[in-house]
Design a protein around this ligand. Structure first.
Ligand code: ZN
Length: 426
């Protein structure tokens, strides 16, 4: 038994001093530990619970090579020696301010706004893309493995010790709601295609706060026995919004989140989930790839639209009045936002709109002129000067920290790409 104060020797020399227990699970216990004056998390396995401890250890050593670059994965850093209490590894602690995904799902923790939610979805998708590009799969997906910072949607992915190259199955069962049906049925080991199913589940749960396969039909099972779970998630899976079959629709009073959020999702997001949980349930090779999700999620972020009262929703979810103005639930009727477009993509420019770079840092923001709040500008948060041509043809470059005036016909060159401000269609 490991106790506080124990010193666990590390493979490459030195030791980790156990400071406190952080948590215990089926595979082992995680401690807070001190190594060379810095605090880490130390995971020690119950080696008798591992099916093939040597293979497991080999896989850990391969994961600790530092090859994942996105910073979202909390990877093993250093392995311990084999001790009489088994073996384990050191990893970074989850920084302050990150909440387990399960706390977000049960509404114990709330996001700061739609940007944080959609950016969390984008980061999760980027993390999966990097994982798959390196030939590995995640295998053990569940609510407890993800931590999200609600203020900006930054993420940390834990339980990375179960990440393995395709084709290698570490014997981790995973959680039925997240596992692809073919894994639940015991037909396949986890790979890129089964991970893609799990990614769709994760995105659905994040955006709609419910389970894509749990509707009225599942509720009829009085208690969700293992056999019933296998049926609902493996042998007879049915999407709650299957267009061909309404037998598993969400139930008011039980699945209120799904009902509420499904209504505000733009069609292209509903279509992506419908595809994922109809065709994608049965034809793994037809599941959306990460790049498709990224394009859709960036489009979703660009469609965030806010009223001056601060309420945010997606553009398509606002009702319009007879004059074509959008109606906010607060009672305000406001003109549809202008858009910034490069001809291919568009961003709506409403009160407080933010633009993000590929690293998810804010590159621009809609602000109001301090002296004349009816004048709106797009503030340059990058270090580079933007080119800008006003509607009257006058050149007016926008240095870092300044704002380009938002008028129909203003042209802005950012990062070498030319944009123009125009009226937005739907
Ligand atoms: Zn409002």
């Amino acid at each position: 038994m490991i106790k506080v104060g124990d010193k666990i020797p590390l493979e490459l020399g030195g030791y980790a001093e156990v400071k406190a227990v952080l948590g215990s699970g089926g595979q082992g216990t995680v401690y807070r530990a001190l190594y060379r004056d810095k605090e880490y998390a130390l995971k020690m396995y119950f080696t008798n619970k591992l099916k093939r401890p040597e293979l497991f250890r080999e896989n850990l050593a391969a994961l600790a090579d530092g090859s994942m670059e996105c910073g979202y994965f909390v990877m093993p850093l250093l392995l311990t020696e084999n001790t009489k209490d088994g073996f384990g590894f050191l990893m970074d602690l989850i920084p302050e301010g990150y909440a387990p995904f399960s706390d977000i799902l049960n509404a114990r923790v709330r996001f700061s706004g739609l940007y944080s939610i959609v950016n969390a979805a984008i980061r999760i998708t980027m993390a999966f893309r990097e994982l798959h590009n390196s030939g590995k799969s995640y295998q053990d997906l569940n609510d407890g493995g993800f931590f999200i910072r609600p203020s900006d949607g930054d993420i940390r992915i834990c339980d990375c010790d179960n990440i393995a190259p395709y084709g290698e199955h570490l014997g981790i069962a995973g959680k039925p709601g997240y596992m692809a049906p073919e894994i639940v049925r015991g037909e396949k080991a986890p790979d890129k295609l089964t991970d893609r199913y799990s990614l769709a589940v994760l995105l659905f749960r994040l955006l709609l706060r419910g389970d894509p396969l749990e509707g009225g039909r599942v509720l009829k099972s009085v208690c969700l026995t293992e056999e019933a779970e296998r049926r609902h998630y493996g042998f007879e899976p049915m999407f709650v919004y299957d267009p061909e079959d309404d037998s598993n629709r969400p139930v008011r009073g039980v699945h209120n989140n799904i009902i509420k959020f499904w209504r505000i999702m733009p069609d292209y997001i509903r279509d992506a989930f419908t595809h994922s949980f109809t065709v994608g349930l049965h034809q793994p090779e037809k599941r959306l790839i990460e790049k498709q999700w990224l394009d859709l999620l960036i489009r979703l972020r660009n469609d965030i639209c806010a009223c001056s009262c601060g309420a945010q929703s997606f553009r398509q979810s606002f009702e319009s009045d007879d004059a074509g103005k959008l109606i906010c639930p607060c009672g305000t009727h406001f003109a549809p936002p202008l858009q910034l477009t490069d001809g291919r993509t568009r961003v709506l420019l409403s009160d407080g709109t933010k633009l993000f770079g590929e690293d998810l840092s804010v590159t621009a923001e809609v602000v109001r002129n301090k002296l004349n709040p009816s004048l709106w500008g797009l503030k340059n948060h990058t270090a580079e000067e933007w080119g800008c041509t006003l509607p009257n043809g006058q050149d007016k470059p926008v240095p870092a920290g300044s704002a380009a005036p938002i008028f129909v016909g203003t042209k802005i060159v950012m990062n070498g790409i030319s944009f123009e401000i125009s009226e937005s269609a739907e």
